[in-house]
Design a protein around this ligand. Structure first.
Ligand SMILES: Cc1cc2nc3c(=O)[nH]c(=O)nc-3n(C[C@H](O)[C@H](O)[C@H](O)COP(=O)(O)OP(=O)(O)OC[C@H]3O[C@@H](n4cnc5c(N)ncnc54)[C@H](O)[C@@H]3O)c2cc1C
Length: 592
């Protein structure tokens, strides 16, 4: 049996009860999409994930990608698995029909993507980046570029990459140096990009790079960056891959984890210059890239959930099997019976359920924006997407560090030994708070563009909605303690917002000093809000006599545990926010 099974009951609960997917689809005119179809899709994806991708996870870890004579050679078995993945139509799930897509809602694609990342995150990074490239081209590419590249990317016949990072330009993209010189109907690109995920492989007959570079007349800083499509193989007159472009992987990074995902140093224009085509307007590349980055940021948050789920399933199995206690009658019992092991498992489970709820609710906001009846409603939902994206990226990936670490702890010494795989999840998870913008960068986005810039309006709207859930908990008999816990966390959220709005102008270091604590507080609060809503729905279903009783009863327990053990963390985070910047800024650089 596979060591990964898709937790379909929880996914279907969140989609049905929190997202209210069927109602949304009916209102949006997506009449072909219903709960039954989504269950069938999830079951099919679950099968491919468990049977094909999950067994290759350990192989990818021990036999990572290599640089060979033909370029990067991926882990043995990945190409066949990718072939099956494409054959079954998975890359096209959410893309527009115009490009050969199946036009399913983003939230359904997100639920399915959780399966790929749980099963094999290193593998799933390849289609994840391709999806980002599709988004950028669909929103900003010319008709000719869209016609040439989108059908092949949507079908999965070609894959996409995102080339931002350079040796001197990581978080600070203003420092990008790669150059693009006009040359007839195209540009010649030159420069080096580092850390490029799936920058090369042999699984498909082309790789489509999206590359940030500067035009000769570009103003300094982020306002001078343009976006280009640079294919690995140039297209011939029939649109088929032909001559090799002047773009190649020159080395592979040796990493802590995700060894199955090649992390490439890419060199563009070592000879005559790599042929590239402008996407969108000159100097507006960062705005185009943001389309891709928002998608990618929610996707990386989802990876945090997915790898936590995988670590949990493995730890639960180990805890059921590992005999390490002796009863009075001399019989031995498994460690799952020890209260402290139960605490760790429940912390993993409650965290994961809150993460899944937030990831899917945020993903559904993307659909609500796309299918809004008018511009005002669309703007409201887009505002929620903007606010939640850094929280999904930052909070879910930070929580994944703790959850995968608990997975190691539950295994005891065997957790530190590679062959159990627990350490692999912990190693793989470590990249998540770093790529696609570190937690520090997400937190600056949350306090800056998403809060201070709109005077806290977006956050205020969310806090009011959480207030409504507190009121509903208060009026529902069994939830008095949870109402109190969520009410106190909400008050912490309101106070943090007030401190930020009132203090940021007078103290230039305040926003940056409190930002990560602000993000984490927001994350725990959002998780508490959605766990409370889950508990209310589970209770209502139990009272109506419907649903899977064991599942619904366990949902009540995880929601209660979350309120008792995780929500109170908001108070410590508020205390840190209240302390402000004084001690953080007190030492000179030399005193550290
Ligand atoms: C395995 C892997 C895969 C990757 N895949 C890709 C890819 O496909 N495409 C791509 O373009 N890039 C990719 N990256 C690059 C990745 O996005 C960057 O590593 C990341 O953005 C951080 O940049 P940096 O490494 O230069 O760190 P730095 O920017 O040097 O940051 C170092 C530290 O300083 C902090 N810091 C920096 N600036 C600020 C600030 N303004 N405020 C507060 N704190 C700050 C950071 O939070 C961090 O803690 C990948 C990286 C890895 C390791």
């Amino acid at each position: 049996m596979s060591d990964y099974v898709h937790p379909y009951r929880d996914t279907e609960f969140v989609l049905g009860e929190l997202v209210e997917l069927e109602r949304f689809c009916a209102e949006a005119g997506l009449h072909d999409v219903n709960g039954e179809l989504v269950s069938a899709i999830l079951a099919e994806a679950g099968r491919l994930g468990s049977e094909v991708l999950a067994p290759l996870n350990a192989v990818g870890d021990t036999q990572g990608a290599r640089l060979g004579e033909r370029g990067v050679e991926e882990t043995p078995g990945f190409a066949a698995a990718y072939g099956q993945f494409v054959e079954s139509g998975w890359p096209s799930l959410t893309a527009a029909e115009a490009w050969g897509g199946q036009n399913l809602p983003n939230v359904v694609g997100t639920a399915v993507n959780e399966i790929w990342h749980s099963a094999n995150m290193a593998f799933a990074l390849c289609p994840m980046l391709t999806q980002g490239a599709i988004e950028a081209l669909a929103h900003h590419g010319s008709a000719a570029l869209q016609a040439a590249y989108l059908p092949k990317l949507v079908s999965g016949e070609w894959t996409g990459t995102m080339n931002l990072t350079e040796p001197d330009a990581g978080s600070d993209l203003a420092a990008i140096k790669a150059r693009a010189v006009p040359n007839g109907d195209h540009y010649l690109i030159s420069g080096q990009k580092i850390f490029i995920t799936w920058g090369d492989h042999q699984m498909t007959d082309n790789v489509v790079h999206l590359v940030l570079a500067r035009l000769p007349d570009a103003p300094a800083g982020v306002k001078g960056i343009s976006l280009f499509v640079v294919p690995k193989f140039l297209l011939d007159a029939q649109g088929r891959p032909g001559a090799h472009n002047d773009a190649q992987c020159v080395s592979l990074e040796h990493k802590l984890g995700i060894h199955g995902s090649p992390t490439c140093v890419m060199s563009f224009g070592e000879k005559e210059g790599a042929v590239g085509y402008l996407v969108g307007e000159p100097h507006k590349g960062l705005a185009c890239m943001f389309t891709m980055m928002n998608h990618a940021r929610q996707s990386v948050g989802l990876q945090g959930l997915a790898i936590s789920e995988r670590a949990y399933q493995q730890a639960r199995q180990y805890a059921r099997e590992r005999l390490q206690g002796t009863r009075k009658d001399g019989s031995r019992f498994p460690i799952i019976e020890f209260p402290d092991v139960r605490r760790m498992l429940l912390q993993m489970k409650a965290s994961i359920e809150a993460m899944r709820a937030l990831a899917l609710v945020a993903a559904a906001e993307v659909d609500r924006t796309a299918h809004a009846p008018d511009a005002d409603v669309a703007a409201r939902h887009q505002g929620r997407v903007d606010l939640l994206t850094p929280i999904v990226k930052g909070w879910l990936t930070e929580l994944a560090q703790e959850v995968t670490s608990l997975g190691v702890q539950i295994h005891g010494g065997m957790g530190f030994i590679e062959e159990t795989g627990a350490a692999r999840h912990y190693r793989d998870a470590r990249i998540l708070t770093i790529y696609e913008g570190t937690t520090g960068i997400q937190a600056l986005d949350l306090v800056g563009r998403k809060t201070l810039l709109n005077k806290g309006e977006l956050l205020g709207g969310l806090l009011d909605e959480i207030g409504e859930t507190v009121a509903r908990l208060e009026s529902a008999g069994p939830f008095a303690a949870q109402a109190r816990a969520l009410g106190e966390a909400l008050a912490a959220g309101r106070e943090a917002r007030r401190l930020l709005l009132e203090g940021a102008e007078a103290d230039a270091a305040l926003a940056g000093s409190v930002s990560v604590n602000f993000l984490m507080l927001s994350g725990y609060l959002c998780g508490g809000w959605l766990m409370a809503r889950s508990a209310l729905r589970a209770q209502a279903l139990l009272e109506a006599g419907g649903g899977d009783r064991a599942f619904l009863e366990s949902k009540l327990v995880t929601a209660r545990f979350y309120a008792e053990q995780l929500l109170p963390r908001t108070q410590a985070l508020l205390a840190a926010i209240r302390a402000g910047s004084a001690s953080i800024m007190a030492l000179s650089d030399e005193q550290f």
